[in-house]
Design a protein around this ligand. Structure first.
Ligand code: AHG
Ligand code: MN
Ligand code: MN
Length: 370
């Protein structure tokens, strides 16, 4: 051990014992283990409920249950081939997409976890044609939960980040939760939304309508710990995310925007742009929440109604991004203002840094006016 380290240790031994954190005239905060200073998701939610009165007990329970389900999905994802969880499930979902085993497993985990708590009126999922009803033996609550149980399915088998997206609505009073129609509310009606990313760390991004918080899963403790609060997306960016293989199908306003980005310093934007495309929206959106950027999956000649689903992909992401100071449109309308017509309806999506989303939306308006 070096002389310096020895000196530090000796000083520590000789330091007078703290009495109520006070040593002489200098205040030393009481030394507590790091874990005790950390704010768990449970504590965060209790404070939102008890001190700020921003949420009710049932919504707190709902978020805790979803977070617990995300922990189970995270374990299944990380076991991968060891749990025989990779590959196709040999079936198609309502949208004609081949279901992966992990799509099915994640869906089951979320359904099972949320059935019995008494906080939900019904659930809807990307993987089920119609809403899932709460079995009669359990009490019913006033919330509706919608989810994309496993986002980024094409990345499951290649060990790239995937995630879970969820949206919470209130069931209208007196409405029958057996009907798809109870779910068809504008995104602006959401009371909470979030997504988990199963990446190098497992993250939970959450909004209750008062800003955005990020929790990181402490695997040893088994709890989500608050690691970022009051997230804000920079209004400007030099990074875009789009699947360039669809270029030949794009509408002129999208082509104009990307052409200008690609022209770089000598083009009309006067700066170079970088491009990223993970093909898991959860990972692309977390990057954008962290350092800015614009993500686009627009309507084009191939996907005339868009590729992503409004109710459990675009709406929750738009709510989160707006809460972080960003913006989200379908190229023309604010996502959160769209009145849904069907549970699984698709939508074009332009989301992220405010000024870039506004620019893309302006290009669509210019093209419409021409
Ligand atoms: P899902 O796996 O739930 O069907 O969603 C995948 C989505 C989204 O996460 C991603 O941004 C996009 O599909 C990727 O599309 P491409 O395959 O066209 O890249
Ligand atoms: Mn998805
Ligand atoms: Mn999915």
């Amino acid at each position: 051990m070096g002389a310096h380290r020895q000196g530090v240790r000796r000083q520590a031994r000789l330091r007078p014992r703290a009495v109520d954190g006070i040593i002489g005239a200098v205040f030393h905060p009481p030394i507590r283990p790091a874990a005790m200073r950390r704010i768990s998701l449970s504590r965060y939610l209790i404070e939102e409920q008890r001190e700020k009165h921003w949420i009710e007990a049932d919504l707190r329970l709902l978020i805790e249950v979803v977070a617990r389900a995300c922990k189970s999905i995270s374990i299944a994802v990380s076991k991968g081939a060891l749990a025989d969880a990779l590959g196709s499930a040999g079936a198609e979902n309502v949208q004609g997409e081949v279901q992966k085993k992990l799509d099915v497993i994640s869906n089951e985990i979320l359904l099972e976890a949320n059935e019995w708590g008494g906080h939900l009126a019904a659930m809807a999922s990307e993987e089920m044609e119609h809403p899932h009803q709460i079995p009669h033996r359990f009490p019913r609550g006033e919330y509706l939960l919608l989810f994309d149980p496993l986002d980024g399915s094409s990345n499951i088998d290649v060990n790239v980040s995937v995630g879970t997206i969820f949206s919470v609505l209130r069931c209208p009073e007196g409405a029958s939760a057996t009907d798809d129609a109870v779910f068809l509310q504008r995104g602006a009606e959401q009371v909470a939304a979030g997504f988990a990313v199963y990446g190098p760390s497992t993250l939970l991004v959450l909004t209750l309508g008062h800003g955005v918080a990020v929790f990181t899963l402490d695997r040893e403790m088994g709890s989500f710990i608050l690691t970022q609060d009051g997230l804000t997306i920079p209004a400007d960016t030099a990074e875009f995310a789009i699947n360039m293989s669809n270029l030949r199908h794009w509408e002129p306003p999208v082509r104009r925007y990307i052409d200008e980005c690609l022209a770089g310093k000598t083009g009309p934007r006067g700066k170079d742009f970088n491009m990223r495309w993970v093909a898991s929206m959860v990972a692309d959106l977390f990057r954008i929440l962290t350092r800015g950027g614009v993500f686009m999956y627009p309507c084009d000649a191939k996907n005339t109604r868009g590729r992503l689903r409004l109710m459990y992909e675009a709406n929750p992401m738009a709510f989160i991004v707006e809460q972080a100071g960003g913006a989200a449109t379908d190229g023309r309308r604010r996502i959160l203002d769209i009145v849904p017509e069907a549970l699984h309806q698709r939508v074009g999506l332009v989301i992220g840094s405010k000024n870039e989303v506004e620019r893309v939306t302006r290009y669509h308006q210019d093209a419409g006016a021409a």
